[in-house]
Design a protein. Structure first.
Length: 512
């Protein structure tokens, strides 16, 4: 039996980024894109270039560095959006325009205020216009899961005639049930006369917890591209999780007629990276990438696994990248080894100045911590190291006091632009004191939405990685900081979030 190819289209950098608070910097996007490429993702949707200059630059930067995955850029149906996306994709070795418009009666009438015929014209014009600039054009019928099937058939047939190469059927609001969604895909493929000219794709949201089930049902009905995100990140309840789809198809080859080309050993590192960058923790019992996904607590299970692993395990932890916690460098490692390991991890170091700062940080860490792991290096290469010039606020030094019977106290020296400020404050704990001290200088007035601490690796000498989510005037940003001292990590995370608020990037959500 021949195994057909199932194309993996990852949209962590676009739909994933639409989760409130998950917005990423250009450097973070490049880092994740490199990991996706290493994992052998077929298509990386890098962003929505018309959203903002920052988004445009990110898509362009990803298109410049990625060579083994196709880069997709999202755009609405306007010529302006498409031109912007084409421009951003110029450096790509292989690019794709992904244009979309809503096709459900509800969206057309209430959101777009367009008639079905107007939507039809916009869709055809967009695909024709895009095909003049690039030979790979994906068309998505937004809210296809609730669209009239006859209208869907008509619009899909029309855009295929205009040259669309991929037709994507999104269940935008996660409303469908697996059988129903599979039938929709099956009927579309059957009824659209030129359906064999394109690749059929699905894009499922998880509002009812069915995104992966719906995606797999659609694959059974003939879809050959799956749109998904790492850890299921995405709007509202998120998208279908890449790791779950890929492992379901790989594990159940007795059932599926297709397979992906994904290197599954890169799944856990990708999950950790996305969680670290966005500050969205992975729940412990999450399939494949949760900390407990391969842990056996009950005595009967442990006994079974020790006697014969397959009694309770349908996949091997090492096949999805657990135990990738490799000891990489130590106190005596030199600059060359350090640089080479960063390169292997997909972290580009563009200038000698950045390398020097990063190497100094590494030596500092190696003094405090005996074993340095890949995860430590990722955390080390934070924004303030990679893009020091973008950082308006910088932590110069800090001292904290926390003693029984005494009020916790923080003393912080912070630079704002070229001016250094020394400040101190008490708080209900040392973290509270640190944030209050920083706030007394920056006066951001931002609301703290989330504060979380995670140990990056095992052991009490592990670095703590802190995520701080701040909100101000409708904007939500995440800041990260890592250090073996979690109060210092907290101060860094808070300052990192303030720097992101400081750079006032105006963004447009494509679907609003
Ligand atoms: O959910 C959705 O419909 C989308 C489209 C833009 C593909 O994200
Ligand atoms: Zn979506």
């Amino acid at each position: 039996m021949t195994v057909e190819k199932l194309i993996v289209f990852d949209t962590t950098l676009r739909d994933g980024e639409q989760s409130p608070g998950a917005s990423m910097t250009r450097e973070e996007k490049i880092r994740i894109a490199r990991q996706l490429e290493k994992m052998r993702v077929d298509v990386i949707e890098a962003g929505f270039p018309a959203a903002s200059n920052g988004d445009f630059e990110s898509v362009r930067a990803v298109a410049e560095v990625i060579k083994d995955s196709r880069i997709a850029a999202l755009c609405r149906t306007s010529d302006k959006d498409i031109e912007r996306a084409l421009e951003a994709l110029k450096p790509a070795k292989a690019g794709r325009i992904h244009t979309f418009i809503a096709t459900s009666a509800l969206h057309m009438e209430k959101k777009l205020r367009m008639s079905p015929e107007e939507v039809m014209v916009a869709a055809r014009n967009a695909v024709r216009f895009a095909r003049n600039g690039i030979d790979d054009v994906e068309f998505s019928c937004e809210d296809a899961g609730r669209s009239d099937l006859d209208f869907l058939c008509r619009i899909v047939e029309a855009v295929i005639k205009e040259g669309a190469t991929v037709i994507n059927i999104p269940d935008t609001v996660g409303y469908n049930l697996p059988e129903q969604f599979a039938e929709r895909i099956y009927k579309l493929r059957e009824r659209v006369p030129n359906s064999d000219k394109v690749t059929w794709s699905v894009h499922c949201h998880n509002d009812l917890g069915l995104a992966v089930a719906n995606t797999l049902a659609a694959v059974m009905a003939g879809a050959r591209q799956v749109e998904c995100t790492i850890n299921g990140l995405g709007e509202r309840a998120g998208n279908a999780a890449l790791e779950e789809i890929v492992m379901a198809v790989r594990t159940r080859q007795d059932f599926f007629k297709c397979d992906t080309r994904i290197d599954t050993t890169q799944i856990v590192p990708a999950s950790k990276m996305v969680s670290g960058v966005t500050g969205f923790p992975v729940q412990p019992n999450k399939a494949i990438v949760g900390a407990n996904a391969f842990a056996h607590e009950s005595g009967i299970h442990q006994d079974g696994v020790l006697k014969h692993r397959e009694t309770y395990e349908i996949m091997r932890a090492e096949d999805v990248g657990w135990n990738a916690n490799k000891l990489v460098l130590g106190k005596h490692s030199g600059r060359t080894a350090f640089r080479a390991r960063l390169k292997e991890l997909g972290i580009g170091v563009d200038s000698e100045q950045v390398l020097n700062t990063a190497f100094a940080r590494f030596k500092d860490l190696a003094d405090k911590k005996h074993d340095i792991f890949d995860e430590d290096l990722h955390a080390l290469m934070s924004d303030e190291v990679i893009t020091p010039d973008d950082e308006y606020y910088k932590l110069v030094s800090s001292a904290f006091r926390s003693e029984t019977g005494e009020k916790p106290h923080a003393r912080i020296v912070l630079s704002a632009g070229n001016t250094e400020h020394s400040t101190e404050s008490n708080g209900s704990g040392p973290v509270d004191a640190a944030f209050k001290a920083i706030e007394s200088v920056t006066k951001s007035g931002a609301d703290l939405l989330l504060y979380s601490v995670n140990a990056i690796t095992t052991g009490t000498d592990a670095q703590g990685e802190v995520t701080v989510r701040l909100s101000k005037a409708g904007r939500i940003v995440n800041g990260q900081g890592a250090d073996t001292d979690i109060i210092v990590a907290s101060a860094r995370a808070y300052i990192n979030a303030l720097n992101k608020l400081q750079s006032s990037i105006e963004r447009v959500n494509p679907q609003v």
